[in-house]
Write a protein that binds this ligand. Structure first.
Ligand code: TXA
Ligand code: MG
Length: 344
């Protein structure tokens, strides 16, 4: 661990994890890598510790946190009324990017974790540093993504440093996170599970294990209140406004040209395939269209890179909405505040 603001040394060793675990036991907040994004962790049993998360992030207090555990058998210590299909999904996908929403059990969890709700999100992350840290801290760890509220989630330690330097007690650097988008949030309080937030485990993967899966109406149509409180807030936003474009290559270039003719400096978010196809003031590539996992892995870093460029707006290509493309488009739509230009 390096205490933010004190050291430039980004190395990680197991002694750093022990130091970080100690800080967690002292009810301090520490950022750590998971396979999805960096999390900002605190002792989920302590009001004092959990409040520090909300303070550091500037997070609205009505947005509940996910509780992270380091072994599957801790699940039934935190939640109750667990349907059989959850056990099947645990076997298939844990440790991994899938969060279960279930009725909380007992009185141990801080009420700040659940934002007063009777349900709680639980997940076992698939990252050696996260698992070791939680194990050594010996308490469940409440952790949202370790970004300032409203900004893209951090997929590198430097992103966390940029957003939270001076506001947290420690940061364990584990290099780039991997999946790059957050876990899938699955409401399991009903007979048929419902996806509240698309993420690292796809709808198709869940269907393969449990059969039918629903998708929260708020994710599909406008005018429905999301069941996941976090989905109603502005998210993943770079400084410049984002506009998503759906259509042919010619249509996309035409949109860029129109903005440039208005005197705007246009940044383009495309993939390696688009590099030679389009002209804009600043072109940044995000993975390969042939491999949507690579797009997910780089998405937040690319959104953050535009903040270092002097652009007036960011035009983004669209992606197919299946597999992890579902999560990519969900995040891009939020970054764009639902501003989409569609070719007729
Ligand atoms: O991959 C991830 O899930 C990362 C890493 C750090 O584990 N964490 C993460 O946490 O993305 P956060 O706080 O940024 O997003 C949690 C989402 C929010 O949309 C929140 O509203 C929802 O989960 N959520 C948490 N508890 C809930 C509950 N009881 N009912 C419905 N939604 C809930
Ligand atoms: Mg977040």
């Amino acid at each position: 661990v390096w205490t933010v603001g004190e050291s430039e040394n980004l190395s990680t060793s197991y002694s750093h994890i022990t130091q970080a675990a100690q800080l967690l036991q002292e009810n301090e907040v520490v950022a750590f890598p998971t396979e999805t994004v960096y999390g900002l962790g605190a002792n989920a049993f302590s009001d004092d510790a959990v409040q520090k998360i909300f303070l550091a992030k500037g997070r609205p207090s009505d947005n509940p946190l996910i509780v992270h555990i380091a072994s599957k058998d801790k699940l039934n210590e935190i939640v109750k009324d667990i349907p059989d299909y959850v056990y099947k999904l645990v076997d298939a996908f844990w440790p991994g990017p899938l969060t279960f929403i279930l009725p909380k059990k007992g009185e141990l969890l801080s009420t700040y974790v659940t934002a007063g709700l009777e349900t709680v999100g639980v997940r076992m992350p698939n990252h050696p540093i996260a698992l070791e840290l939680i194990k050594e801290a010996n308490v469940p760890i409440a952790a949202p993504s370790a970004n300032r509220s409203g900004k893209p989630s951090p997929t590198l330690a430097s992103h966390v440093y940029h957003d939270l330097n001076g506001k947290i007690s420690g940061l364990v650097d584990g290099g780039p996170t991997g999946v790059g988008v957050e876990s899938t949030v699955l409401d399991c309080t009903t007979t048929i599970p419902t996806i509240l937030r698309p993420g690292g485990i796809t709808k198709e993967q869940i269907e393969f294990i449990v059969g039918e899966v629903k998708v929260d109406k708020a994710l599909i149509e406008e005018g429905h209140a999301p069941k996941s409180p976090g989905m109603k807030y502005t998210h993943y936003s770079p400084n410049a406004p984002v506009i998503l474009v759906e259509g042919s290559e010619e249509f996309l270039q035409k949109q860029i040209n129109q903005f440039m003719q208005q005197g705007k400096k246009v940044g383009l978010l495309t993939t390696i395939e688009g590099l030679t196809k389009y002209k804009a003031d600043k072109v940044i590539t995000c993975g390969s269209r042939a491999d949507l996992e690579s797009v997910a892995a780089q998405l937040y870093d690319v959104l953050r890179k535009f903040d270092e460029e002097d652009v007036d707006l960011i035009v983004s290509e669209s992606f197919p909405q299946f597999g992890v493309g579902e999560a990519i488009m969900n995040r891009l739509l939020k970054a764009a505040g639902n501003h989409v230009i569609v070719e007729n």
